[in-house]
Ligand binder design. Structure first.
Ligand SMILES: C[S@@+](CC[C@H](N)C(=O)[O-])C[C@H]1O[C@@H](n2cnc3c(N)ncnc32)[C@H](O)[C@@H]1O
Length: 92
């Protein structure tokens, strides 16, 4: 493999056993995703992709077969603020 990405490991935010670091998803989504785009993760797990997509101002569709992981992801994404929301919250 000619190209390797190196990034510092992150502490898990959920109990999902294969949770990905948010920094990794930020890097992947920033390659082809712009504000207003829609991101689909058909194996959503604990919702890392959804949280990062929302922060970037993207729409998100997530599919997860496990009800517990689905609930964790739904709550995590709901708690995540987009960058625009963060800027607005900072103003008031
Ligand atoms: C590798 S994990 C995803 C990790 C996730 N992207 C994250 O960063 O947190 C794969 C997930 O796919 C789910 N899964 C497996 N088969 C599925 C199916 N047929 N439909 C929907 N979800 C499925 C598993 O329950 C598991 O949570």
């Amino acid at each position: 493999m000619k190209t390797l990405w190196q990034m510092t490991a992150e502490r898990h935010k959920t109990v999902h056993p294969t949770e990905k670091p948010e920094k990794l998803l930020e890097r992947i989504l920033s390659i082809g995703c712009e504000e207003g785009f829609t991101v689909l993760d058909p194996f959503m797990g604990s919702g890392t992709t959804g949280a990062v997509a929302k922060r970037m101002g993207c729409n998100f569709i997530g599919i997860e077969i496990d009800q517990e992981f689905f609930n964790i992801a739904k709550e995590r994404i709901a708690r995540t603020m987009s960058l625009t929301e963060m800027e607005l919250a900072h103003l008031f």
